[in-house]
Design a protein. Sequence first.
Length: 330
Amino acid sequence: MTPAVDLLTLGESMVSLRTGGPISAGGCLSMHVAGAESNVAVGAARLGHRVRWAGVIGSDPHGEFILRQLRGEGIDVLHREDAARSTGVMFLEQRTADVTRAYYYRSASAGSTLNRDDVDGALAGGARVLHLTGITAALSPQAQEAVEYAASRAKSAGILVSLDVNYRSKLWTRDEARAALARVVPYASILIASDDELGLVSPDLERADPDAERDSSEAAEVLAAKQLLDLGVQEVVVKRGAAGAGVHTAVGRHEAPAVPVTSIDTVGAGDAFTAGYLSALLDGENVTGRLSRGALAGAFAVSTAGDWEGLPRTGELALLGNHVAGSTQR
């Protein structure tokens, strides 16, 4: 039976209120949809894939806004409304040209009530790939259980599981994240992490010294990747921002540089990379091709404003292939 969708993501989507300066100074706020899983969903849908996002929203205008935006991107939305809880909200402040700060208002949100029944409904009909993140697991014990259950059930059904660590220090501690993710990693075929997140999923990189835990040296990365591969992960994808990205597999290591662009907004860049990487995987590209498309999608994200608004469609990928800074197509 052909799966209902190519890519399934499940997690919390929020309303993001953005400002171009300090929030304390007042000024205008623009309204957007935010959420790692829905960012990836938009990116993959724009690249031509059948995508489903599943989650929980409140019975409020914020939830209606999220549904309208995601459906407008051609995403199949499977949601539950919780009349007793509100849709999560995030304020995003461009404090300086180089520093962006997020303020979450998602404690006890509707999205934090994601449960096993929601997972069962989302997986009905099947999918080729299930993409999860550590962010959803950080929202509540119930959501954490749902993430682990989703990974377990997907793997048993032959669905490839992708897990992005996506650590958020404002949601949980590193120790909490490490304990929870240890129960999900064994189900993952693809493990995605930034170089400073590898210590959260690699047993031998656990250290009492939190600064040592952030060791991003090549030796530490290789050790972490080997341990994850030994646990059954097939591809360990390491995101390094402007320094590019790499993938460790049982047959070797692959590297790709970042695409040089003018950085405007780095929020959502990691999700864009992930969307590009998974899109190429769904299209049958090899690891080199996946890295290349991930780097291109990430470049679109950082060189445009918004979490996902500037993500490319398939025909636009070549725009940054051999672009010249400041060029205009006529």
